[in-house]
Ligand binder design. Structure first.
Ligand code: GLA
Length: 406
């Protein structure tokens, strides 16, 4: 955490610099994916529990994924984030700390629920929270994960930056980036050598355009920005940074705008709904990050909305794009299998009122004449007509699916 905090400004600065070169380049040919054919769905401990997560929290969360209907809705991965790690023994074997007495037993428990289990590490000597990292033990750690039955690894850069990149290549950013990519490649190979299908999640905050190189080394998802927080401004800032990345996403390899904050902090119901809707439009991994044992029914209803999840999980795997913006209102579209189209109208700002409803421009979306659509939050069908007035409360969204766009 502390290491990460001191790096975050540099992260943001570099992330914005690297994004400049993206448009000019092509993505590497993706490998045939064994896993993550659609964006991974599940839950991760970090956004709610942070460093406090325990074995019991993971078991309780797995239980709740089943009990709340989230499993039936498609949530599969139960992911332990940072702070499970203990010390290495004389043979270099990593042990868990006292919060996680028996990782194999925990994995067996999660599997017994018909779910999968994920874990966390990083290429540096320490993780972001200062726990043991995988540097110099990549193969050993990958084998250990496989022996426990781990199905998903989030691999977080953090201390690799000061301890390896900056030490080995001071003042040479390009050389630093090559070291970073080699570190991810090393763990990808170590995971592959286990023979176990393990989703590989790169967490390096979007440095050096990972969408261009991560798929080729076997990355199934890569963070495209710095950390999310449960604040509308942060969620909207991350959303804005996804525009332009659509062509890098597809079955087996996804842009990751970070885990969901639905149900966390002081997000309003509108903000929770918009956040979830837009992550579905982005074909983003849907990793809930809330307190499942105390989840309110309205939050469960958002996280389990089958129509919205169907947008996210659409088998074409085409990420949505921003069609246009009009002041503080943004219109995004996503092409779906069977020729269907999802349209999201997002009232991103604070200052648009019913005195001036938004007028949706169908022609700009390539649509001609009235369109029959399903409103995915009310479940009702509606007809979209050109320039029709649409009233959307601040930070709320209209999300529709047009089965047969004309
Ligand atoms: C970084 C990551 C977060 C989380 C923490 C854990 O900040 O971006 O998602 O994994 O580390 O320490």
């Amino acid at each position: 955490m502390r290491i990460f905090a001191s790096l975050s400004i540099a992260v943001l600065a570099l992330a914005s610099l690297t994004s400049l070169s993206v448009a000019a380049q092509q993505s590497a040919p993706p490998q045939v994916a064994q896993v993550a054919k659609t964006p991974p769905m599940g839950w991760n401990s970090w956004n709610y529990f942070f460093e406090k997560v325990t074995d019991k929290d993971i078991r309780d969360s797995a239980d709740q994924i089943v009990a709340t209907g989230m499993k039936d809705a498609g949530y599969v991965y139960v992911n332990i984030d940072d702070t499970w790690e203990g010390k290495r023994d004389a043979n270099g074997v990593l042990h868990t700390n006292s919060k996680f007495p028996d990782m194999k037993a925990l994995a067996d428990y999660v599997h017994s629920k018909g779910l999968k289990i994920g874990i966390y590490s990083g290429p540096g000597p320490k993780t972001c929270a200062g726990y043991e990292g995988s540097l110099g033990h990549e193969e050993q750690d990958a084998q250990l994960y496989a022996s426990w039955g781990i199905d998903y690894l989030k691999y977080d850069l953090c201390s690799f930056i000061p301890e390896v990149m900056e030490k080995q290549a001071p003042s040479d950013k390009a050389a630093q980036m090559r070291l970073m990519i080699a570190a991810y490649d090393k763990m990808a190979k170590a995971l592959k050598a286990t023979g176990r299908p393990i989703v590989f999640s790169l967490c390096q905050y979007g440095w050096d355009a990972p969408w261009e190189w991560a798929p080729a080394l076997g990355g199934n998802l890569w963070r495209s920005t710095g950390d999310i927080t449960p604040d509308w401004d942060r969620i909207y800032a991350i959303l804005s940074q996804q525009d332009g990345l659509a062509r890098y996403a597809g079955p087996g390899h996804w842009n990751d705008p970070d885990m969901l904050e639905v149900g966390n902090g002081k997000l309003s119901i509108e903000e929770n709904r918009s956040h979830f809707s837009m992550w579905a439009m982005l074909a983003a991994p849907l990793l809930a990050g809330n307190d499942l044992p105390h989840m309110k029914p309205e939050i469960r209803d958002i996280l389990t909305n089958a129509d919205v999840i169907a947008i996210d999980q659409d088998k074409l795997g085409r990420q949505g794009t921003r069609a246009y913006s009009d002041g503080e209102v943004e219109v995004w579209t996503r092409h779906l299998s069977g020729g269907a189209l999802a349209v999201a109208v997002l009232a991103a700002g604070d200052n648009r009122f019913s005195t001036h409803p938004f007028h949706l421009d169908l022609a700009t979306l390539g649509l001609h004449g009235p369109q029959e659509a399903k409103n995915l939050w009310t479940g009702k069908t509606m007809t979209l007509t050109d320039r029709m007035p649409i009233e959307i409360a601040s930070h709320d969204i209209l999300l529709v699916r047009i089965a047969a766009p004309k």
